[in-house]
Every structure is written in structure tokens, then in C-alpha cells.
Design a protein around this ligand. Structure first.
Ligand code: NAP
Length: 368
């Protein structure tokens, strides 16, 4: 396993456009076409995209033909080869999430592909460059996605587009949670509570590369095997009622220093009882309410630290992606793709991402 000192370096921050909760900018596809654009092959006038006209179940995700957006100043049009699917896109689709987009909208926060066209004042990338996208202006569940230059990052040649589609949300979240919010240090013990999914597998790889002792959990044998293969030294079944006791025992009674938590509404109360002194729980995922005993934090000088990716300051976001690109380049990070669906089957992908038995990342492929 390669040491990942690169994962802590700071990249230059650039001002970022205002972000919504979903990570799309508040601009829409109605961007003024650029006077000067540089194109790769002649671009199609229309494209296939998933559109949501009403909030509801997965069936509201409809494949439609829509105008292909054109990049304005400081913008990039990316031909999407793979698109990451995340639980948050299912919450938004129901219309019950804190962030509610204006209808109709194109879902999607991330993906990977090739720069098709650039607007004026774009010097960071050129047509033909392989990139991954983290957020977008127009939504990524489409053949093309409009992005700002801050939203695209180089995709090294050794990394597939499907793998690149895991970077913008899952890996960025894992890095933010583990390193920036959790302040996980080499030599500490981390519990990745939910180590079989998109964020969890990323957190295991990042933590192991950073020199932590890594514990991971999953609800299936397949998921636990995956967590172990990604670098977890000890694995546990989060469906086993006594798994907290097992984890405590594995630390010799000392407790874990950091927990990155994928399902806080189920685990937070018990998490606090297995922290070492000065321990931190980073709440990455939660789907409801939970009761805790505050004394469990007092006894340990423990912290509960929430995180939401849209809150990440621009300079810290740039730092995250600089580190992730370095990790891809040196082979430390190797996203696991569990399932691929054609773009037209986005509804199936939304059902799959909410099912138990996670196995890495789920992606949509426009050309399938
Ligand atoms: P995912 O690929 O669907 O993975 C879900 C994970 O949760 C799986 O590892 C699953 O394990 C695990 N899980 C299920 N029951 C659990 C339990 N009782 N205890 C612990 N873990 C359990 O989803 P993801 O993309 O990794 O996202 C994980 C969570 O983080 C989601 O809730 C998502 O909404 C959230 N998230 C938050 C942010 C943010 O900014 N805060 C950003 C990205 C994602 P098994 O399937 O093996 O049981």
C-alpha cells in the first residue's frame, strides 16, 4: 500500500459559483452561449437526458431528448461516459429532502468523460481531455454535462470512466469526512461504519493509505470480503447486535479514535460508547432520528461532527480534489464499481442504490 502523504497537500483554491444542496449551481442550461468556443468533434444539437417533471418514486426518472447545453464563459461541456448514482439523488427525487430543485430538472452530481467544448476564458482544460466532474451546472444524468472549470478534475489514463464517476461524491465525501472533519491521523484506529458502499470503500482505501488501523462493517459476507480487500484489517457485521462489543474487544477495550458513520440514526447512540478518549464520530449519513446519552461524550471528551459536502469551503474542496487526483495517479485509490446500468435505466439504478447488500459504486453508462 502506497503511503499517501500526497493526500494531505493543499491545492490552490479558486472561487466557486454558488452551490445548491444537490451540488448544481443555481444557473441552469439557459446559459448564454459563448462567443468563442473551442470544439472537439461537431457537437450534436440535442442529447438524451434523464428529466424529472414531478417528484415521486423512481418511475419519475424519464429519458428525454433535450437541447445540448453550450458552454459560456468559464464553462466546460463534458461528454459523459459514466455517471455516478448516489442515495442523495433518490432523496431529492422524492421532493421531501431539504434541497428541492425547480421542476423539471436533470438529476446527478458527478460523472466522468471527455471535454467536448470549452467556453471563453477556459485555460485549465481543452477539448479531448479526460476529466471527472464533481457537481455540475446542468445535472449529470445526461449524455453531456455543463460544468464550471472548478467542477472538472483530470482523470488519469490508468483510471476508467466508471471509476472516475465515483470520485466527485463518494471519494470527496470520504476524504472530507475522514481527514478534514474527522482529523484522522496516522496510527489512530478508525471504524468505517458501512464500509461496503460508495463512500465506505473510499474511506477504507483513504484510511489505510494514510496509516490508520482500519475497521470496517458490512451487512453481507460479500460486503465484508470487499471491505477487507480494500484495506480493512478487521471486519464486522453491522447487523449483528453485539458488533459494538466485538469492536471494543478488538481495540483491547481502548475504543476507536474516529468513526465515519453511514447510518447515524441507527448507530450514533452506541457509537459514542465505543469511542476512545478524544474520539470523534463524523456523521456522513442518517435517515432519521436517534437517541443519545450526552454523558457518553462527557466521559470521553468526544465530538460528534456533522458534515454536508455543499458546506465545504472552496479552498478545502480544491484541496480534496488535488489529493484525490494524486491518489488516482499513484494507484492508491482504485474505485470499485459494483453495478453499471444504461442511462435509460436510471430508475433501476435508483432502486439498486437503496437496497441492502452494497458493493462499491453504482454507475450509469450513456452508451450502453
Ligand atoms: P451506498 O453505496 O448505498 O452504501 C450504503 C452503506 O450503508 C453500505 O455500506 C451499507 O452496508 C451501509 N449500511 C447499511 N446498514 C447499516 C448499518 N446498520 N450500519 C452501518 N452501515 C450500514 O451509499 P453511499 O453512497 O456510500 O452513501 C452512504 C451514506 O452517506 C448515505 O446515507 C448517503 O446519503 C450519505 N452521504 C452523505 C454525504 C454528505 O455530504 N453528508 C455525501 C455522500 C453520501 P450494507 O449494504 O453492506 O448493509
Amino acid at each position: 500500500m502506497v503511503g499517501l502523504t500526497a493526500l494531505s497537500f493543499i491545492a490552490l483554491g479558486q472561487p466557486e459559483p454558488q452551490q445548491t444542496m444537490q451540488g448544481q449551481t443555481k444557473e441552469t442550461q439557459a446559459t448564454v452561449p459563448a462567443k468563442e468556443t473551442k470544439m472537439n468533434p461537431p457537437q450534436e444539437q440535442s442529447m438524451k437526458a434523464i428529466r424529472v417533471h414531478e417528484f415521486g418514486g423512481p418511475e419519475v426518472l424519464r429519458l428525454e431528448e433535450v437541447p445540448t447545453p453550450r458552454p459560456g464563459r468559464g464553462q466546460v461541456l463534458v461528454r459523459m461516459h459514466a455517471i455516478g448514482v448516489n442515495p442523495v439523488e433518490t432523496y431529492i427525487r422524492t421532493g421531501t429532502y431539504a434541497y428541492k430543485p425547480t421542476l423539471p430538472y436533470t438529476p446527478g452530481n458527478e460523472g466522468a468523460g471527455v471535454v467536448e467544448e470549452i467556453g471563453s476564458d477556459v485555460n485549465e482544460v481543452k477539448p479531448g481531455d479526460r476529466v471527472y466532474t464533481a457537481r455540475s451546472v446542468s445535472g449529470t444524468y445526461a449524455e453531456f454535462a455543463l460544468c464550471t472549470t472548478e467542477q472538472v478534475h483530470p482523470l488519469p489514463a490508468n483510471v476508467s470512466f466508471a471509476q472516475g464517476a465515483a470520485m466527485g461524491t463518494a471519494y470527496a465525501t470520504a476524504y472530507r469526512g475522514l481527514i478534514q472533519r474527522g482529523d484522522a491521523k496516522p496510527g489512530e484506529t478508525v471504524l468505517v461504519h458501512g464500509a461496503s458502499g460508495g463512500v465506505g470503500t473510499a474511506a477504507v482505501q483513504l484510511a489505510r493509505a494514510r496509516g490508520l488501523r482500519v475497521f470496517g462493517t458490512a451487512g453481507s459476507d460479500k460486503g465484508r470480503k470487499l471491505a477487507r480487500e480494500q484495506g480493512a484489517q478487521e471486519v464486522f457485521d453491522h447487523l449483528a447486535p453485539d458488533h459494538f462489543e466485538q469492536i471494543m474487544k478488538a481495540t483491547g477495550g481502548r475504543g476507536v479514535d474516529v468513526i465515519v458513520e453511514m447510518l447515524a440514526n441507527v448507530n450514533l447512540g452506541k457509537d459514542l460508547t465505543i469511542l476512545a478518549k478524544g474520539g470523534r464520530v463524523v456523521v456522513i449519513g442518517s435517515r432519521g432520528r436517534v437517541e443519545i446519552d450526552p454523558r457518553d461524550t462527557m466521559q470521553r471528551d468526544a465530538d460528534i461532527r456533522g458534515m454536508g459536502m455543499p458546506n465545504t469551503p472552496p479552498a478545502e474542496l480544491a484541496s480534496i480534489h488535488a489529493a484525490l487526483v494524486a491518489g488516482l495517479e499513484n494507484g492508491t485509490l482504485h474505485p470499485v464499481i459494483g453495478k453499471e446500468f444504461p442511462l435509460a435505466e436510471a430508475a433501476h439504478a435508483h432502486r439498486a442504490v437503496m437496497e441492502p447488500g452494497a458493493f462499491g459504486k453504482i454507475v450509469l453508462v450513456p452508451s450502453m
